[in-house]
Design a protein around this ligand. Structure first.
Ligand SMILES: Nc1nc2c(c(=O)[nH]1)N[C@H]1C(S)=C(S)[C@@H](COP(=O)(O)O)O[C@H]1N2
Ligand SMILES: [Mo]
Length: 426
């Protein structure tokens, strides 16, 4: 018996009660590692699989802030900047590349009217003025000392999905059609706390919020919503807000069109009347078939879409698939999502993945066996208030052809025999 073998036998004998083994077992581990090194030389692991280069040498060092794998270069925001106006434009969340319900901060959609201000938090203040008994000015540090609360909710631009109003169905990955919506955990201070502290006067009906960007975007918020679930957010998915999403602080009005979620918030004026800013008169209003215009249409209605499979992907032949998608409603929780694989003739109830949260992305899934024939996939959401997503024809009949905002019709993907998908009005 060699000296090494004797050592191996020794260290496997218990050295004390309860199964304690000899501390020299670590030496045996290194003997095993020696054997492993032999495998390394043969270029195969114990299962006979070939060792990859990264299994043979130490990996990259630590990093202060992580980045996605370089192999995930397609999971990016799609930028659509307005070249006529500096800093004006949008970028879309790649919903077709994501799973689960939370949007990573680097992929939260963006809408800026005048670029992303680079704010020094030490020089930023939030001023409450107008119809308050004690007008007050907060520093960011003041606000960070207040008791914080968190909630998960969707931020969705009122103009999201508006390509649905086009005469012809837009052909683009689903995130670049419906991705002006993102879902995050927001942490901050209930606005009602700050309004209490400043002594909101009873005759105040509106709060006029203004951002510290060069556009000085302003908009009017009804006092009822401000006192209900509105948050002054400081954190987004656990870290401080990203500059593009409002650093150091922004408003979050769960379920309402995102234009009200004023970023870089620096002023709240309590008033009797709305300010009639551009974004509540020239924009975010729509002429109806009745001849009347919609205004102050704050709530984002129920919506759903299938993200897998979706246009840009190709099914690899007949067989078993999992349909996966997102549903949400600005009115509350999603009660039910139904999926059709025959263009709306029959519907099956999808499984909703927990947690199902109010005004948040809800992931739905349904197994599906594709037999290779052409068909149309659809999904429709019903929220806890009973609101159901309309068919496109019904939405157009109700709202007419001047629609630009609040498009929430059922979305249809046609599957071709070659497994490719396209957006159809069906
Ligand atoms: N100060 C300020 N707030 C703003 C805007 C802006 O341009 N400036 N854009 C609004 C619009 S139209 C939308 S859709 C949301 C977008 O928020 P996000 O960029 O964090 O996704 O911010 C809103 N708040
Ligand atoms: Mo927006």
């Amino acid at each position: 018996m060699t000296q090494d073998n004797a050592l191996l036998n020794d260290v496997l004998l218990p050295v004390a009660g309860g199964g304690l083994l000899d501390r020299r077992l670590f030496l045996q581990r290194s003997l095993e590692l020696g054997a492993g090194a032999g495998l390394l030389l043969t270029g195969m692991d114990a299962s006979g699989a070939e060792l990859q280069p990264w299994q043979k040498t130490p990996g990259a060092p630590f990093s202060h802030y992580g980045q996605p794998s370089p192999h995930e270069k397609e999971a990016i925001r799609w930028v659509s900047a307005n070249t006529a106006a500096a800093g004006n434009g949008i970028s879309w969340t790649p919903l077709h590349k994501l799973e689960g319900m939370i949007t990573p901060n680097g992929l939260h959609f963006e809408r800026h009217h005048h670029g992303v201000p680079q704010i020094n938090p030490d020089r930023h203040r939030l001023n409450l003025h107008g119809l308050f008994r004690n007008p007050v000015s907060f520093s960011v540090d003041d606000l960070l000392r207040d008791p914080l609360v968190s909630r998960i909710c969707v931020v969705e631009c009122g103009g999201n999905s508006n390509a649905g109003w086009h005469e012809e169905p837009i052909q683009t990955p689903v995130g670049y059609f419906h991705g002006l919506a993102s879902c995050s955990e927001w942490t901050g201070i209930p606005l009602s706390t700050l309004l209490d502290e400043a002594g909101l006067q009873p005759d105040a009906r509106w709060l006029i919020a203004e951002g510290a960007d060069a556009a000085g975007m302003n908009i009017s918020i009804p006092v009822e919503k401000a006192l209900d679930d509105t948050l002054v957010a400081l954190y987004q998915n656990g870290e401080r807000l990203r500059p593009e999403n409002g650093y150091p602080l922004r408003l979050i009005l769960p379920g309402w069109e995102a234009v009200l979620n004023v970023k870089w918030l620096h002023r709240l004026q309590a008033a009797r009347e709305p300010v009639m800013a551009r974004n509540e008169t020239a924009k975010y209003t729509e002429l109806q078939p009745s001849g009347k215009a919609r205004q102050f249409t704050f709530i984002m209605d129920a919506k759903s879409l299938i993200t897998q499979p979706s246009p840009g992907y190709r099914l690899h032949g007949p067989g078993l698939y999992q349909i996966s998608g997102l549903a949400w409603s600005g009115r509350g929780k999603i009660r039910k999502v139904e999926v059709s694989a025959d263009g709306g003739k029959s519907w099956a109830e999808a499984a909703l993945q927990e947690p199902v949260l109010s005004k948040s992305f809800t992931r739905f899934r349904l197994p599906w066996r594709w037999d290779g024939s052409p068909l149309v996939l659809k999904s429709r959401a019903i929220d806890e208030t009973g609101h159901q997503q309309p068919e496109r024809a019904a939405l157009v009949a109700e709202r007419g052809r001047n629609g630009y905002f609040h498009y929430n019709a059922i979305v249809s993907w046609a599957v071709a025999p070659d497994g490719s998908l396209s957006h159809v009005y069906a």
